[in-house]
Design a protein around this ligand. Structure first.
Ligand SMILES: [Zn+2]
Length: 200
C-alpha cells in the first residue's frame, strides 16, 4: 500500500496593523498566516502543491479563510504570501527523483562505453547478450580470441524477458562446442542492436 497525501507547513505570520476585523471591528487585531502544502509519499515530501492561509482576530478569535477575507485583508494577505518563502526540503522527493534519473542516465552511458570497449578488445569469458529472431534473448560466451575473430560458446537456453537474461547466464548452460564470429561481424551485430550488451 502506498501512503500518500498532503501536509501543511507554517511559513509566516504577521499582524496587520491597518485592517479591521470584519467580525468585531477592532483595528490591528488580525494575525495573517501563510502555509504551504506539499505532497508526500510515505512521509517523504515530494514537492509543494499550494500556499494557503488564514487570518485570526486576536480580540474575538474569529478565523477567516482566504475566500472569506474582505478585500483589504486579502490584499495584505497576498502581499505576505508572495514574500513568504517555503523551505527547500519540501522539494526533497523531487530532488531525489532528479538525482536518481540523472544517475540512471549516467550509469547507462558508462555501461554503453564499457560495452564498446569490450567489443573492440574482447577477453575470454566476456558475455554477449543478444536478441534472437523469435523475440527471445540469450547469451554467447567468449571462449578464445584470435586476431580477427572471436570464438563463442552459445547458451543453450533462451529467455523471453530481456531484464531476466542474467538468470540463464550460468556456466552449465553453455554448449560444449564453440564457433567463430569475425570481429567485423560482431561490430555489425552490436551496431544493429542484435547484441545489446556485453558484460565482463
Ligand atoms: Zn475580531
Amino acid at each position: 500500500m502506498i501512503i500518500y497525501g498532503g501536509k501543511t507547513v507554517h511559513l509566516k505570520s504577521e499582524r496587520s496593523k491597518t485592517t479591521t476585523c470584519p467580525s468585531c471591528g477592532t483595528q490591528g487585531s488580525l494575525i495573517l498566516s501563510v502555509y504551504r502544502v506539499h505532497a508526500h509519499v510515505f512521509w517523504i515530501p515530494l514537492f509543494p502543491i499550494a500556499k494557503k492561509g488564514t487570518s485570526q482576530c486576536q480580540h474575538c478569535k474569529n478565523v477567516l479563510k482566504t475566500k472569506e477575507m474582505p478585500e483589504s485583508v486579502k490584499r495584505e494577505y497576498d502581499n505576505l504570501k508572495n514574500n513568504a518563502k517555503g523551505p527547500i526540503w519540501q522539494f526533497a522527493g523531487l530532488g531525489l527523483i532528479v538525482v536518481l534519473i540523472t544517475w540512471g542516465i549516467y550509469a547507462g552511458r558508462e555501461d554503453k562505453k564499457l560495452a564498446l570497449e569490450y567489443l573492440v578488445s574482447p577477453w575470454v569469458g566476456d558475455i554477449y547478450e543478444y536478441k534472437i529472431k523469435t523475440g527471445s534473448y540469450s547469451t554467447l560466451k567468449v571462449m578464445s580470441v584470435s586476431n580477427d575473430s572471436v570464438f563463442v560458446s552459445p547458451n543453450e537456453y533462451e529467455i523471453s524477458r530481456m531484464s531476466k537474461i542474467y538468470k540463464i547466464n550460468t556456466p552449465k548452460n553453455y554448449s560444449e562446442s564453440s564457433y567463430g564470429i569475425s570481429k567485423n561481424k560482431l561490430k555489425e551485430m552490436y551496431d544493429s542492436g542484435e547484441i545489446f550488451d556485453i558484460n565482463r
